[in-house]
Design a protein around this ligand. Structure first.
Ligand code: PLP
Length: 425
């Protein structure tokens, strides 16, 4: 926890420093690509600081989706006509794009509805029972809590008063019944990056697979699943500039080969004849786990979003993120009456996200978020962010979360800081 009182925050009228200029350079060059950002809200120019919830979409993504509808609407992997060929080509290109981003092989990627479905798919495919233990931080999003609660025996790693997992306890929680360690790559509440290397080293020594929930890392950090050596990686397109309704599960080839069937239906069997007789001839992974018509337009848009990020470069995105984190924390730190969760964790170990509690009498944290929108045209999250256990254990009755991304400037953060200061005042 921190209540930093730095004197170099953005509200004290300091002229823009050289680093602030370089921080804004990328954002200013990208802003015109996002149509959403030019609108007004509550009579003010929109300040969008809610990317951890879902990101705005760049024009290339919107165009990719409408191109599919306007020019080549057809089913994929089924059509025996030219439009089907074009749609299939665009759809398959998206898988290659995501594979390139993650350094995975295309057949190690299953397209799903999002991180939630990816994690549920693993829970289902591992055929866990109530005797099987899954170790995960108590701070996790419900998407990485409830599948273990419903399908297995949940073993939450205790957290501190700011919601940061006590990683030193992980080894003591592992038993012969532990079947999986499942960890958020980046916390959607604190923005803190998990020590993946250490966790994987422990898991390898004990022969346990590791799932990384990448919902908050895909668009912020360079992710190399081979280098991280995780068994599973789950993420959503809509938090990475792509459409909603699609996401991805990476599973190591040897793990996916052992998966039980998930959903069954069209496109995942390779039989002609009577499905009721003899053995089903399943298509190879990943198609075996992609029954039914997929979210074609969303997946094509996901491919465009990944191309967009790769063109900017994940290293450049990360560099912007680190500087933005610093600016955001320093700015919020100037306001007495604001407590930032895990605010003492340095920018190098977190993404550009700050969750805080505003001391405003007679206002809930949801009220604060609402007021930021209604009075100042600023979008943030307010409430519990699908992490009720974290909030209960950290004795927090809700929080406010600001989550900038590459299109945000220091001016956006200044507006947030001024508005929060006014609310506190
Ligand atoms: N995991 C984390 C850390 C998240 O922040 C979220 C969404 O907020 C999810 C999982 C679930 O993602 P989705 O709702 O896109 O499936």
């Amino acid at each position: 926890m921190t209540t930093t009182t730095t004197t170099t925050g953005p509200t004290n009228g300091n002229p823009a420093s050289a680093s602030t200029t370089s921080l804004n350079h990328l954002a200013e060059s990208l802003r015109p690509e996002f149509p959403l950002l030019s609108r007004e809200l509550s009579g003010h120019g929109l300040v969008f600081l809610d990317s951890a919830s879902t990101t705005p979409k760049p024009r290339v993504v919107i165009d990719a989706v409408s191109h599919y509808y306007a020019s080549c609407t057809a089913n994929v992997h089924r059509g025996v006509h030219g439009l089907g060929d074009e749609a299939t080509q665009l759809y398959d290109a998206a898988r290659l794009e995501v594979a390139g981003l993650l350094n995975a092989a295309p057949d190690e990627l299953v397209f799903v509805r999002g991180a939630t479905e990816a994690i549920n798919l693993v829970a289902h495919a591992l055929a866990l029972t109530a005797d099987d233990e899954v170790v995960f931080p108590a701070s996790e999003h419900h998407a990485n809590w409830l599948p273990w609660r419903v399908r297995a025996a949940p073993v939450p790693i205790p957290i501190d008063g700011d919601g940061v997992p006590r990683w030193e306890m992980i080894e003591s929680l592992i038993t012969p019944r532990t079947k999986l360690i499942s960890v958020g790559h980046v916390s959607n509440v604190t923005g803190v990056i998990a020590p993946v290397e250490e966790i994987v080293a422990i898991a390898r020594r004990r022969g346990i697979p590791v799932l990384l929930d990448g919902a908050q890392s895909l668009s912020h950090l360079p992710v190399d699943v081979k280098k991280l050596d995780v068994d599973f990686y789950a993420a959503s397109s809509h938090k990475a500039f792509g459409p909603s309704g699609v996401g991805v599960l990476f599973a190591k080839r040897e793990r996916m080969a052992k998966f039980g069937l998930y959903q069954v239906g069209g496109g995942m069997v390779a039989v002609n004849g009577d499905l009721g007789i003899g053995e089903l001839v399943l298509r190879d992974p990943p198609f075996r786990f992609e029954a039914g018509t997929p979210a074609i337009e969303a997946t094509i848009g996901f491919g465009a979003a990944v191309r967009f990020m790769r063109k900017i470069g994940m290293t450049a995105i990360r560099a912007h993120d680190v500087q933005m984190t610093d600016y955001l924390l320093r700015g919020l730190g100037t306001i007495s009456g604001v407590r930032i969760l895990a605010g003492d964790v340095p920018a190098s170990r977190r993404i550009a996200l700050a969750t805080f509690v505003v001391d405003a009498p007679a206002m809930t944290q949801e009220n604060v978020a609402r007021a930021l929108s209604d009075m100042f045209g600023i979008c943030v999250s307010g409430g519990f962010h699908c992490t009720h256990v974290l909030h209960a254990r950290a004795k927090l009755d809700g929080t406010v979360r600001a989550s900038p991304h590459i299109f945000n400037t220091t001016g956006d953060i200044d507006r947030l800081v001024e508005a929060v200061a006014e609310i506190v005042g």
